[in-house]
Each structure stands twice: as structure tokens, then as C-alpha cells.
Design a binder for this molecule. Sequence first.
Ligand SMILES: Nc1nc2c(ncn2[C@@H]2O[C@H](COP(=O)(O)OP(=O)(O)O)[C@@H](O)[C@H]2O)c(=O)[nH]1
Ligand SMILES: [Mg+2]
Length: 311
Amino acid sequence: MKGIFDVFKKGLKKTKTALFRSFESVFSNVEKWDEDTYRQLEAALISADLGVSVTQKIIADIKESYNLGEIKTSEDIINIATTRITSILEDDNRPLNINTNGPTVLLMVGVNGAGKTTTTGKLAYKLKQDGKSVLLAACDTFRAAAIEQLKHWGKRIDVPVIAGQHGSDAAAIAYDACASAKAKNVDYLIIDTAGRQHTRQDLMEELPKILRVIRKNFPEAPHETVLVVDGSTGTNALFQAREFGKACEVTSLAVTKLDGSGKGGVVVAIKDEHTFPIHFVGLGESPEDLQPFDPILYAEAIFAKESPIAG
Ligand SMILES: Nc1nc2c(ncn2[C@@H]2O[C@H](COP(=O)(O)OP(=O)(O)O)[C@@H](O)[C@H]2O)c(=O)[nH]1
Ligand SMILES: [Mg+2]
């Protein structure tokens, strides 16, 4: 377990450092505890992309504790924030929905560059490590490079990829992939799709077509529609979660690029606003850089007391 915690801590170091420093600085410079103190704490939480709603909850908790005379050190503030963040992150969690009667079909959606293809590759690697058979479908036929990228992942981790020509019908690829998943009797079929903006009507209309094809083959599928968001874009990721939640039935979230990002707080903001669980966190570009989401480790990693220079 130490290994995983280290990866989390390393990835979230910038968020943690910024927040920890801000809290310490507010606390050590406060002459009189007043509304201005709360404003400073609020600014620190907002700048860590925790969002307005989460920030207000934490501030309310701090006020309550302060009025009860419970705040003696900056550590007390950190503990209050960690408790609230943990409770938000722990809410409504459930494991990945697994199909025990055939392939578990995972549909990956999100905007361009969010990390769908990379997450697809990393997830396939992880499942393969767990002894599962996996098939990938390159349904991003919109960009030529995307097909090659997924094929490259397939070669790298030795997982078969169903792909077609650049510009071909994505639903037709999905159809071939479903047929192959049946024939091969695989445990998982992961479908990578084109990065779409909700403003691109043609691409948005492609999703229901892919869904129809999948459901014709596997009526209960997709077992998860995984929205992939780039965690380093901060509150933009929160906006994407909102838009995609409206446009399709998102059931699961993967947050990428939390390595080297000072924006890890957005995960808390997203979780506070949506009922779908966060299943995966991306902490790099290598096959092993996908971690299951662990609320307690995550909350601890955001605020862990540690010299920002060490590690
Ligand atoms: N550092 C880092 N880079 C990532 C991560 N996930 C994806 N990327 C990179 O982000 C870029 C876009 O990823 P890609 O999977 O092509 O996004 P897509 O357009 O949604 O399929 C690529 O250069 C990836 O290597 C991550 O967790 N950490
Ligand atoms: Mg892609």
C-alpha cells in the first residue's frame, strides 16, 4: 500500500503544498480572528479548485469549531477540512459495475485531450494484470492519429484492438468490436470514442448510434459510461462533468493528469456535485499510472503534513 500512497502524494504534492502553506500562513499571521481570516482561508480553498460549494461547507465547519473554542493550531483547521473532504469523497461510492454474464462493456467519453485513449490503454493494462481478457475498440475514427495511438497501446500491452479506417463510421467499428468480444468471449470490452464538445452536434449524435449498436449486442451495456476529465484544467473539469452529465448518462468518472498538477481539489468539487463515483485517477502516461480512487488516501494526500521540499 505504501507504493500507492507515495504515487498519490507525489501527484498531489503541488496542491498539498499550496494549501498547506496557505493555511499555515493564514494561521501564523492572524492577529485577530475575524471575517478577514475566513476570507483568507476561503481564498486558499478556492485557489486549490475545491469549488465554491465545498469551500463554503469547510468554512462553515471551521466557524463552528472556532466558536466552540476548538481551534488552537493550523493543524486543527487542516483536520476539519480533511474530515469534510473525506466525507464528500466517501459519499455514494460503489465499485465498478461488472457483468458476470459476458463482457463488461466500458464506454469512454470526454472532450479532446482529456486522456480517454491513454486511460483506455492504462485500464486495459491493469485488467490484464489482474488476469482478465480485454478487447479495445478504436471508435475515435474522427482523428487518424487516435486510431494509431490506440493500436500502439494495444501492441505495447499486448491487447487486441478493433479498428477501422480514418473517417469510417464509429458505430460500425463498435459493431465489429461487439461481434469480436462475443466470439472471443472476453471479460472486458473498452470502447474509446472521439473527443466531443457538447457544441459539436454531429459528434454528439454519434454517441447514441454507438450506444444503439452496443445495446443490440449486449442489452445491459454499457456497464459503465466513463467520463474522462483532465484534472489539471481545474474548474474546467467541473464544467465538463456538468455538460456531459446532461448530454449522456455518465455513470463513472476518471480524473487524469493529477501528477504534477496543483489542481487536485477539483476532484472534490466534482464529487460534491454529482452522484457518479470516481473510479480511476490518472497519475502519469505509463501503463501502470492508473490508480483506483481511494477517498481516504486522496483526502490525506491533499493535506498530508510534510515538508513540501521533501519526497
Ligand atoms: N501526465 C499525464 N499525462 C496524461 C495522463 N493521461 C493522459 N495524458 C496525456 O494527455 C494527452 C492527451 O491524452 P489522450 O489519451 O490522447 O486524450 P484523448 O484525446 O481524450 O484521447 C496525451 O499526451 C497523454 O499522454 C495522465 O494521467 N498524466
Ligand atoms: Mg483519444
